[in-house]
Design a protein around this ligand. Structure first.
Ligand code: HPA
Length: 236
């Protein structure tokens, strides 16, 4: 049991999949895992542990933003025997050439966030993915014939901005898309020498404001979930 997760130490698997939304965690766990148990529901942030093709996997939500995923991933890495966290989320594409439903495996997360500086005195504005999960996801996608892009992403601190021009950091690192969590996850994993990857589905195109509807979102995330689970079971 940690401050924000009420599971016992042996109730969390070494590999954790983390969507942002607790209800998405529930949906994926109920649909994809066998021998399912709800192991934490503190603050309605659900964590489920079960097996996928015989391998134990935990699916738990991160909440939104660096502070939230920073807390959950830090506690998972330090107070449970978690070695690898794969964030599975949605993102807004900065580029017209990237389409709705496309998948992105983040090689580096860039951010104006003070998270890494405040937590670890880390002064750069980018943190790479950690460990072998990124490579395993790329190899698994190839084997599954699932198209996957790789590149830098922008972990922003704000969802609503008045300025419609591209943030400077996006230009500096040629970021493909915006989300809000990978930077803190990668920073925690780097500091703690753990494994972390971020797999994203494009849910909106920022320049045109095109979006996947709420109804479509559920169905559209299946491809990403399958890839994350098939990758997760190769990690243990
Ligand atoms: N910005 C930040 N996070 C997001 C977005 C976005 O446009 N879309 C999905 N998550």
């Amino acid at each position: 049991m940690s401050i924000h997760i009420s599971a016992r130490p042996d109730e969390i698997a070494p590999v954790v999949l983390m969507p942002g939304d607790p209800l998405r965690a529930k949906h994926i766990a109920e649909k994809m895992l066998s021998d399912l148990r709800l192991v934490s529901r503190t603050r309605n942030i659900y964590f489920y542990t079960g097996t996928y093709k015989g391998t134990p996997v935990t699916i738990g939500a991160s909440g939104m933003g660096c502070p939230s995923i920073g807390i959950y991933s830090y506690e998972l890495y330090t107070e449970y025997d978690v070695e690898c966290i794969i964030r599975i989320g949605t993102c807004g594409s900065y580029m017209m050439g990237i389409k709705l439903y496309d998948l992105i495996n983040a090689d580096v997360a860039c951010s104006e966030s003070t998270y890494a500086r405040s937590a670890f005195d880390y002064l750069k504005n980018s943190v790479p993915h950690q460990g072998n999960a990124y490579d395993i996801i790329n190899e698994t996608a190839k084997a599954m014939n699932t198209p996957l892009r790789t590149g830098a992403i922008h972990s922003g601190d704000v969802f609503y901005r008045i300025d419609r021009t591209l943030p400077e950091i996006v230009i500096e690192h040629n970021c493909l898309a915006a989300e809000m969590e990978a930077f803190a996850l990668f920073a925690n994993a780097q500091y703690l020498e753990k494994t972390a990857a971020t797999l994203l589905t494009v849910s909106d195109i920022i320049p045109t404001q095109e979006k996947i509807s709420a109804d479509e979102r559920e169905r559209s995330l299946d491809k990403m979930t399958d890839l994350a689970l098939e990758s997760a079971i190769k990690m243990v």
